[in-house]
Design a protein around this ligand. Structure first.
Ligand code: 0X9
Ligand code: ZN
Length: 424
């Protein structure tokens, strides 16, 4: 009927209305379609990630071990081989595959990402809510660097801070040199070649803290500091460490081209051998060539320049004291001496809180080539140890912060026992 009045103004109005209506209807449809596509695309691009479970398998034979490793997303354990417990991370689908193969497991961490989220939330608390004791909580690279600077300012006659190199992302690799005017015997202690092993940064920083602060009240500390030029590098891998704080709690390597290099496969003694990978995606990727990474080159230059004679490379986890060789089952020329000193270190650790750290060669654990301890011993001539800190299993890399102090006692005891075993 309206058409009857379509001549003139009414008709044009209707036409205008009609065009406007069509336009808005189109726009509305377009908007709805865009939303639908966005929702759909979002759903497809990021489906809920599968739950990742850390489990321990007693793999009875080589076939079982290799099936478990094939199904796993990541291998966490130190000890590898038939008859040994193997800690791996799997999805729930992976668990179904293991169950179908008749393999039994114990759950170490039911949801490793939930554990990391809980830790992240705890660390995000306002400063006021944090414990007063600096070692009652984990600290990031900036806080650790600040703490080392504080120690240097506290005792400038016995402690000084030095950059020993810079990372690919431009962060300084900091060392604290501790030693009085008469200090001679050069030692090196470092932590966190592997980013996710946060307890190693805390223990090395805490060892430095104890040596600086307890100088006047602990005669053992005073004797150590008066006779030793100790270089402490708590965070060898600052880029990886920060990445493990900001983005991926379980990141291990440095941040070379985002895939990363395993620094503890990048040293030149036996570089490229068994227990290291040529694949960039691997957790044990050894890099393009020995010392291709600024972090390993910095440690090499420091060790050679200072003629380091004794060394501890702190890692986690497993509670182990490991000595060379790591890449070969041939006995190191100083095997008996290395084992005797290692035994004293393990006993000194036990005397702190009754924690058992097993002593063995790195190779007896599993073959690993291009590692720092083999280079420090084989090329730099130092008595060198890898210490795998707490825990023995259980929590894995996300260790409760209440364990920082006791683990620090164990780290310090090991360093003092090593020093006490080597003369001047
Ligand atoms: O694999 C490593 O680099 C060290 N373990 S960790 O889980 N912290 O990554 C241990 C190296 C010790 N040496 C040998 N197993 N040969
Ligand atoms: Zn490690």
């Amino acid at each position: 009927m309206v058409a009857r009045y379509t001549d003139g103004v009414v008709g044009r109005d209707f036409l205008n209305w009609s065009r406007t209506h069509v336009f808005w209807r189109g726009a509305l449809l377009l908007f709805a379609a865009t939303i639908a596509i966005a929702v759909f695309a979002r759903g497809r691009a990021s489906p809920a990630p599968p739950t990742r479970v850390a489990i321990r398998v007693m793999c009875a034979d080589a076939a079982t071990c290799s099936l478990v490793e094939r199904v796993s997303l990541d291998v966490w354990s130190e000890e590898q081989g038939p008859g040994l417990p193997l800690d791996v991370v799997v999805t729930r689908d992976g668990l179904a595959e293991l169950a179908a193969a008749g393999i039994h497991w114990d759950v170490l961490v039911a949801d490793i990402d939930a554990v990391a989220r809980a830790e992240h939330a705890r660390l995000a608390q306002p400063v006021a809510a944090r414990p007063a004791d600096w070692f009652a909580e984990y600290r990031d690279y900036t806080a650790i660097s600040g703490h080392l600077r504080e120690l240097a300012e506290l005792a400038p006659d016995r402690a000084s801070m030095h950059p020993i190199g810079a990372t690919l992302e431009g962060r300084p690799i900091w060392a604290l040199r501790i030693g009085g005017a008469t200090a001679r015997t050069p030692m090196l202690v470092n932590g966190t070649q592997h980013a996710r092993e946060w307890i190693a940064s805390m223990v090395t920083t805490c060892v430095a803290d104890r040596l600086v602060r307890d100088y006047d009240r602990d005669p053992k500390v005073r004797a150590f500091v008066d006779s030793t030029a100790l270089w402490v590098v708590p965070v060898v891998n600052p880029d990886g460490y920060q990445y493990s704080w900001s983005s991926d709690r379980y990141w291990r390597k440095n941040r070379r081209d985002r895939f990363g290099v395993d620094l503890n496969r990048n040293f030149s003694v036996a570089w490229g051998g068994a227990g290291s990978s040529r694949s960039e995606r691997s957790q044990t990727y050894r890099g393009a060539y020995a010392f291709s990474e600024p972090e390993t080159a910095a440690l090499r230059d420091l060790a050679l320049r200072e003629r380091i004679t004794a060394h501890v490379d702190f890692h986690s986890y497993g509670q182990l004291v490991l000595y060379p060789w790591g890449h070969s089952n041939t006995a190191a020329p100083d095997r008996a001496k290395l084992a005797a000193i290692g035994d004293r270190m393990a006993s000194a650790i036990f005397a702190q809180h009754g924690a058992r750290y097993a002593l063995q060669t790195g190779f007896d654990l599993y073959a690993a080539s291009g590692i720092m301890t083999d280079w420090m011993y084989g090329a730099a001539g130092a008595l060198s140890y890898t210490i795998e800190l707490r825990p023995k299993g259980g929590a894995g890399f996300v260790l409760p912060p209440s364990e920082i102090r006791p683990t620090c006692d164990e780290g310090l005891a090991a360093v003092l026992a090593l020093r006490g075993s080597i003369g001047n």
